[in-house]
Design a protein around this ligand. Structure first.
Ligand SMILES: [Zn+2]
Length: 248
């Protein structure tokens, strides 16, 4: 680390659990963020400010006026621009140390597998079950930890699925693929702006801890937030017997 980095990351380095060693792990890390919307914005901004060396941000959507109530990586001036590029610009303004690969694409199964395998940790910041399951399959196959977040209305949830440990559940153990979940889009259901910040920042925290190997992750636990009552609940999640994704 150079002098500027020692200053930039000094409040991390001061933490016994992080120190120079932990910060160097962050600088060497490759993190994949899928979705640059409500969750992806705060998640990517914190990963970047914290000094993750290489961020890949995937989103095929453009910034829209209705996004700006909660998607804090974007600005009024960047309406109409691809979200991945807008997020890249926001990150560059905060921390030019970070190498950002902005991918303006709708990733298919093969592409996800390739991207997951090249990452130390993956953040699912998308808003539909089809993509969530595809991301989960890619992470299980590549044995890369997945930090999953979701927010709708005033409710949020976040968990970690870590296929590196033999008995950890995957996303599909919790939400089976054949179950007919109805996708409730933010566009029709609404979402309380700060909730995506709380959940997205929690995803960033879990990803940073995983990269540095500190603390205890949310693996095996689903953390749920009732934003109206501001109450957190956590339930244990076990591996589902015969899960078609992770029990093979
Ligand atoms: Zn599973």
């Amino acid at each position: 680390m150079n002098d500027e980095q020692l200053l930039r990351y000094s409040r991390h380095i001061l933490l016994d659990e992080i120190g120079i060693e932990g910060q160097q792990k962050l600088l060497a890390a490759r993190v994949l963020v899928i979705g640059a919307g409500g969750l992806g914005s705060p998640a990517a901004l914190y990963l970047a400010s914290a000094g993750v060396g290489h961020l890949t941000i995937v989103d095929d959507d453009d910034v829209d006026l209705t996004n700006l109530q909660r998607q804090i990586a974007h600005t009024t001036a960047r309406i109409g621009q691809p979200k991945a590029l807008s997020a890249q610009e926001a990150i560059g303004a905060i921390n030019p140390d970070v190498r950002v690969t902005a991918l303006i694409e709708r990733v298919d199964e093969a592409r996800l597998a390739e991207l997951a395998a090249a990452s130390d940790v993956v953040l699912d910041c998308t808003d539909n079950f089809r993509t969530r399951h595809a991301v989960n399959r890619a992470c299980v196959a590549a044995r890369v930890p997945l930090v999953s977040g979701a927010v709708i209305r005033f409710d949020g949830q976040v968990s970690v699925f870590d296929p590196r440990s033999a008995d950890a559940p995957c996303y599909s153990c919790l939400f089976p693929q054949d179950q007919a979940f109805e996708d409730v889009a933010c566009s029709t259901m609404g979402v309380f702006a700060p909730l995506v910040g709380v959940v997205g920042a929690t995803q960033a925290a879990e990803a940073l801890k995983i990269v540095m190997g500190i603390g205890t992750s949310l693996a095996g636990r689903l953390l749920m937030l009732d934003g109206l009552r501001m109450e957190w609940t956590s339930i244990g999640v076990g591996r589902a017997a015969g899960c078609p994704v992770c029990s093979l």
